[in-house]
Write a protein that binds this ligand. Structure first.
Ligand code: GLY
Length: 581
């Protein structure tokens, strides 16, 4: 598995600072802000009565705020932030990628789950990444061969057309401005480029945009202008979906792909379809939980995690007690074993969602866990949900006082995606093909074990962990939450809900608290530095866990309705901000 080492180092340093102050509700001003310029205007937490926005970027939150100020609705705000965040975080997301969006519409009381994730090209095949019988991660992670058919533009435009109220040109104006005027390179972005510099150097278009004349990553604070991207965004704002999937932008992607032995064809772009899916639904302590269904594994496992722990009432043990972490880690182990065996694109394979989230099934999985010892990976197998069956990413959370809520996670997969740019377009292309199982049992960029249901096939959607989630009570959305972070997304989203609902922390503390992650394989319990109290750490080791104090680097964006107040928290580990009115 490729390690994003420079970024990890930054995160560890940052988290050491965060964690030392995360037990109290406080402003995040002392955290990560080595970039002095950003420190002044950054606020991780915001509260208002009309709307609240949490995103991973200052300009992105501002873009959403601008739409509300112009009389736009929550969807105008979300779509504006989505286009802007692709400019502001080209290392994590953008129009070369895709995403999922959950929308709770007050008017109808409906919660929509919209899938605009990348799809495998028509010329993709099960063994396309095998070299001498072994999965070659270079082919699925770097360059033209790694690129899946982008869905971001189709998705955002379809959502905007159906639910938005402002013209597309108005909604896209902030992102075009940001690309034209530029922004100062910040620490996280810098670290991601340093990590991917060798790949960026190989691609002349990526090199021209992101590196200096000597092929080095420019220092933090350098203003990055993305002129080609601005032109592409303008074209989309004028022509809609056709500005991306047809004409000169499409031609550049297709020609590039052909030249570099990639797989994307004209037919792939023209036939891209957004899918409207039924959300996964569960309950937790009186809340209805709505989350993303397959082809994300996220929603299923967030519901599994919460229900696995509901009857244990973990608050009696304490938030970061040995018992609470042991049970939560056991829930994650069980979920990730199920993930490898059962989860995939439901348009291609039967995913037993109903069984996987059935309370009786989850009860049986909980009964396998003993309080006196941790289970080794080989002791944990996928369960059998069938009898219960009758039949490097970003996140934006927004809520308004009309009872609407949006939770959307968007991505180009790894840092800088495939580290290539379609010439003349400024579009960083995704490496989402790596989210498929290149080979049964092989692990991907996030160490997730590949199972048969997630094998590659033409037009199939790679399995995701993205978990945009909305909690509803008495017909009103109470929380919208999500995060970037590969497989760790599931742990981070589920724990944020657990902290807020079960442990009754403030929203800020729910987001900022030390997190842990277990994904069955590798058989390791990761805990954010500086780790739990020494006696808890020893308790977990005594139970048999291999504990690694290593950051669980997903940056949670959460908004919540508290009485008639709307509160937002952008993870203080990151540069993102919350804005509210
Ligand atoms: N690309 C990360 C995920 O979808 O889980």
């Amino acid at each position: 598995m490729k390690k994003y080492s420079a970024l990890m180092l930054t995160m560890v340093l940052a988290l050491a600072l965060v964690v030392s102050s995360c037990q109290t509700t406080s402003n995040s001003s002392a955290v990560i802000k080595t970039d002095e310029e950003r420190k002044d205007f950054q606020s991780a937490e915001a509260m208002g009565t009309e709307f609240v926005i949490s995103t991973q970027g200052r300009a992105s939150s501002k873009a959403a705020e601008e739409m509300f100020a112009q009389g736009g609705n929550i969807i105008d705000a979300t779509v504006a932030a989505s286009f802007a965040v692709g400019v502001e975080r080209p290392q994590s997301t953008g129009i070369g990628g895709g995403g999922f969006l959950l929308y709770h519409e007050a008017k109808t009381g409906k919660t929509y789950a919209i899938d605009f994730r990348e799809r495998a090209p028509l010329r993709a095949s099960k063994d396309m990444y095998l070299v001498n019988g072994k999965a070659d991660e270079n082919l699925s992670q770097n360059g033209a061969t790694a690129v899946a058919v982008p869905g971001m533009v189709a998705g955002l435009i379809e959502i905007q057309k159906r639910f938005g109220s402002l013209p597309l040109k108005t909604v896209m104006a902030p992102s075009i401005r940001l690309a034209e005027e530029g922004f100062a390179i910040y620490e996280d972005f810098h670290a991601a480029m340093v990590d991917r510099v060798a790949e960026l150097r190989k691609d002349p278009s990526a090199r021209k945009i992101f590196l200096d004349a000597k092929g080095q990553v420019p220092p933090v604070g350098t203003v990055l202008v993305q002129k080609d991207l601005a032109k592409t965004l303008r074209k989309i704002s004028e022509q809609g979906r056709d500005g991306f999937y047809k004409g000169s932008v499409a031609k550049s992607i297709i020609d590039y792909s052909k030249k570099k032995k990639g797989y994307i064809s004209e037919k792939d772009l023209q036939s891209y379809e957004v899918k409207w899916r039924e959300p996964v639904r569960g309950t937790f302590h009186g809340y209805e939980v709505f989350s993303m269904p397959p082809p994300s594994s996220g929603g299923v496992h967030v519901v599994q995690f919460l229900n696995f722990l509901e009857k244990d009432s973990l608050s009696k043990y304490g938030m970061h007690s040995t018992e609470a972490i042991h049970l939560a880690a056991s829930a994650l182990q069980a979920s990730f074993a199920d993930r490898a065996k059962y989860l995939g694109d439901p348009d291609f394979v039967e995913v037993p969602v109903k069984g996987l989230i059935s309370p009786k099934y989850i009860e049986a999985r909980r009964a396998e866990v003993k309080m006196d010892h941790a289970r080794k990976a080989k002791e944990v197998q996928a369960g059998n949900p069938l009898p219960y069956e009758s039949n490097q990413t970003t996140h934006i959370s927004v809520m308004d006082n009309r009872g609407n809520a949006v939770s959307t996670t968007q991505t180009i997969n790894g840092w800088m995606g495939a580290s290539v740019v379609a010439p003349g377009t400024g579009i960083v292309l995704n490496n989402e093909m790596d989210d498929f199982s290149a080979q049964e049992g092989a692990s991907n960029l996030f160490g997730a074990i590949g199972g048969k249901p997630n094998a590659i096939a033409p037009k199939k959607t790679p399995l995701s962990s993205m978990s945009p989630t909305i909690l509803i009570k008495d017909k009103l959305p109470r929380m919208a939450v999500g995060a970037p972070g590969g497989t760790k997304i599931i742990s981070c989203v589920a724990q944020t809900i657990l902290n807020y609902v079960e442990f009754k922390t403030s929203l800020y503390d729910a987001v900022a608290a030390v997190r842990y992650h277990h994904q069955w394989q590798p058989d390791v319990l990761y805990i954010d530095p500086p780790g739990p109290r020494p006696e808890v750490l020893q308790g977990l080791k005594d139970l048999g866990y291999e504990v690694k104090i290593e950051s669980v680097p997903c940056h949670v964006m959460a908004v919540a309705r508290e009485g008639d107040k709307l509160r937002g928290v952008a993870d203080p580990r990151d540069i993102g901000i919350s804005l509210a009115k």
